[in-house]
Design a protein around this ligand. Structure first.
Ligand code: UDP
Ligand code: MG
Length: 331
């Protein structure tokens, strides 16, 4: 406050965190639309682009935006770390009192920002955008997403709101809470809910991607679902326990039956098929249970290494709310 050191001192009211991975086609249009919205708001804002190891011209596009518009901040990660980490890097460097995370592919309409800010000023800590419709997505993606939200609702100990992506506003204390979470397996949707505070939804229509391709496929989605479940609940482990108990109970009844049959009718070395079935069934159950345990052991292994979450090539923070270097008249 008292000593003015320029760059360090600049505290925007709002930071827009925009993770970008190979978004060269969309970024100029994204920046235009976000800037248009910010201009109407007239609050000191910063747009913090996080280049997540893009292999196309994304970084030079961001550098150009940074050069042209002084409210643009830039973080260049040392490689592709994935969106969850890119967002985390954004939170770590965001200087705003409120932070908004938004996709750069324009699937999240920036026009929602004023409403988010209104709700934040009304005292909400987390204002999340909740989809009413999903344009440009297949029924299969919609169906799998629906099932996933239902499942995570049932088994996880946190209530993750349905049809909600990462697009949201976070207050200072929500961001500070998120900064303290150092885990590597970051299921952000769950973490956003887990930090608690006063949360509220803003309904919106999700558009199709403006340009470029989605980085998601079903295999990634499946792994994402696994991540969500394993970082928030140990229910699968308990399931393994009950599966084991159930199988043991079945095996015991079957043993009684076999013993009784041998006593009554003698043992004529039949039963090859039933023997095979039992062996294969038990083998299957054991391997599956081991797999479930393995999922958790693997995650424990990754977390115990305690590696830093990311490295950066460059961090350049914007210095002012004003566009371009020249100041408006009277200043
Ligand atoms: N993204 C990222 N790192 C990645 C993948 C994606 O920063 O490894 C960014 C991407 O640039 C976009 C956002 O995360 O701004 C959402 O990505 P995408 O559109 O591929 O996901 P979808 O909208 O299909 O869920
Ligand atoms: Mg997208």
């Amino acid at each position: 406050m008292s000593h003015n050191t320029g760059v360090e001192e600049y505290r925007p009211l709002l930071t827009i965190v925009a993770p970008a991975y190979n978004e060269q086609e969309v970024l100029p249009e994204f920046h235009r639309r976000v800037s248009a919205v910010l201009d109407t708001l007239d609050v000191p804002a910063e747009i913090l682009y996080v280049n997540d190891g893009s292999t196309d011209a994304t970084l030079s596009v961001i550098r150009q935006l940074h050069a042209d518009d002084r409210r643009v901040s830039l973080i260049d990660l040392s490689r592709n770390f994935g969106k969850e980490i890119a967002m985390t890097a954004g939170f770590d460097h965001a200087r705003g009192e409120a932070v908004i995370v938004i996709d750069t592919d324009l699937q999240d309409p920036p026009e929602l920002i004023p409403e988010m800010i209104r709700l934040w000023k009304a005292g909400h800590d987390v204002v999340y955008a909740q989809r009413e419709s999903r344009e440009g997505e297949t029924w299969l993606k919609k169906a799998t997403a629906h099932c996933f939200y239902r499942l995570i609702d049932r088994v996880a100990h946190v209530r993750v709101p349905r049809d909600t992506g990462d697009y949201r506003l976070l207050s200072q204390r929500a961001v500070q809470a998120l900064r303290q979470i150092k885990e590597h397996h970051r299921f952000m949707k769950g973490l956003f809910a887990w930090v608690g505070f006063n949360q509220i939804a803003v309904p919106y229509r999700r558009d199709a991607r403006y340009a470029g391709v989605s980085k998601w496929n079903y295999w990634k989605l499946w792994n994402f679902a696994l991540e969500g479940i394993t970082s928030f609940t140990t229910v699968p482990l308990r399931f393994a326990t009950y599966l084991g108990l159930g199988t043991a109970a079945l095996a015991f009844s079957y043993a009684v039956f076999v013993f009784w049959k041998a006593l009554m009718y003698g043992d004529r070395v039949h039963g090859y098929p039933s023997l095979m079935i039992v062996i294969l069934f038990l083998g299957g159950v054991q391997l599956m249970t081991l797999g479930v345990i393995g999922e958790y052991v693997g995650r424990t292994f990754n977390e115990t290494k305690g590696r830093p979450l990311y490295f950066t090539n460059q961090v350049s923070l914007g210095t002012t709310n004003r566009q371009k270097a020249e100041c408006p008249s009277g200043e």
